[in-house]
Design a protein around this ligand. Sequence first.
Ligand SMILES: NC(=O)c1ccc[n+]([C@@H]2O[C@H](COP(=O)([O-])OP(=O)(O)OC[C@H]3O[C@@H](n4cnc5c(N)ncnc54)[C@H](OP(=O)(O)O)[C@@H]3O)[C@@H](O)[C@H]2O)c1
Length: 407
Amino acid sequence: MSESTPSFDIIIYGATSFVGQIMLEYLAEYTTKQDAEPIKWAIAGRSEQKLLAVKAQNNLPHIEHIIADANDEAALTNMCAQTKVVISTVGPYALYGETLIKVCAESGTDYCDLTGEPQWIKAMLDKYETSAKASGARIINSAGFDSIPSDLGVYALQQHAIETTGKPAFQIKMRVRKIKGGASGGTIASMLNVVEEASNNPALRKLLVNPYVLCPEDHPFKQRQTNHKKAQFEEDTQMWIMPFIMAAINERIVHRTNSLLGNRYGEYFLYDEAMSAKKGLQAWGVTLGLGAFMVGASIKPIRNLLAKHVLPKPGEGPSKQEQLSGMFDMRFYATLDNGEKAEVQVKGDRDPGYGSTAKMLTQAALCIANDIPDVRGGFWTPAAALNDALTARLAQHAGVTITLQPA
Ligand SMILES: NC(=O)c1ccc[n+]([C@@H]2O[C@H](COP(=O)([O-])OP(=O)(O)OC[C@H]3O[C@@H](n4cnc5c(N)ncnc54)[C@H](OP(=O)(O)O)[C@@H]3O)[C@@H](O)[C@H]2O)c1
């Protein structure tokens, strides 16, 4: 952290984004709760007019606002000097995120974000991990629906395995049992940007299929991991399953956590994610629809048509009612070394991508600011740095519970 005492605990950078505005509303309400810690906070973004508008909408005239364009290093440095933690929702991160990471890593400012772009995290690790370690900045990517539930769910199940048998589970499967919610323009823009970058770049396509891409170069992992590309009936779980689009980031974050925790899950750890379906027809229908979307998105004219006429635009996303009626229920399955079948449930009470993500990201930032003084600088994952402290916060304040299921 910077040497002089910062004025704020957290700054929401990108407070005008779809998800940033939900965070603003959540934080304003959270600070009025009796069991909330005192928080000094501010908002930031590139447009003063838009920042003033979101302050007015939420009746927060007293909250300070800071102007900083994502490409303006001096303005970002000034912003970082004023806070312990910066939360960034300015995405696609591959387009707008690098300068802020550089400034945080060099100035020792803690940081968290919502990126689901593994190629960008890898590039940032390569460029700025050394500075973050030297300055003491704790950088935590993917602190939303991607990838907190996956990362903490695996962590909880492995804790149970180690406490019960003295050994980690050799394999964990995560199956999304229920999910209700929509996508925002910002998320769609990030996905389309990855597809666009990959369609022109064979080296990037190779990097994206490497499950250990976010692990340190000298990691010992050699296991071939399962990558679900089609619908299938799975004998051991007795479920129809289909690909889960977020597996591409979640699985990589989980393997990075394993390496950051000294290979706590084992050098041969197997982990895969999929969605369950009620029937084979549904599993195949969704799989073929997703495949068609990915093929369409990789062709420039179709991608442009989709972005212009079909998909939500940046700033748009699910309605308030859709956020409130949304939810997710993810199950983590393992057979322990003693033969016991173990299961962990991670459940959220809002739509995953926005209502729940806004609460998870805010609590992750508060956890960094207040709960982990002993974690040193560097690029961390949610489970490696925040683990039990974040799990407790999520249950108490964010409607996300992580529970071991009865056998
Ligand atoms: N991990 C997860 O589970 C998860 C969930 C949801 C979203 N996300 C990701 O979070 C990000 C935000 O999503 P969203 O839907 O909320 O996005 P959004 O509504 O499109 O907002 C994008 C934000 O970036 C700002 N911005 C763009 N260019 C900028 C620049 N040059 N300088 C400063 N600010 C700039 C915009 O400011 P203006 O308002 O001034 O244009 C806006 O605040 C996306 O990358 C998305 O993929 C991840």
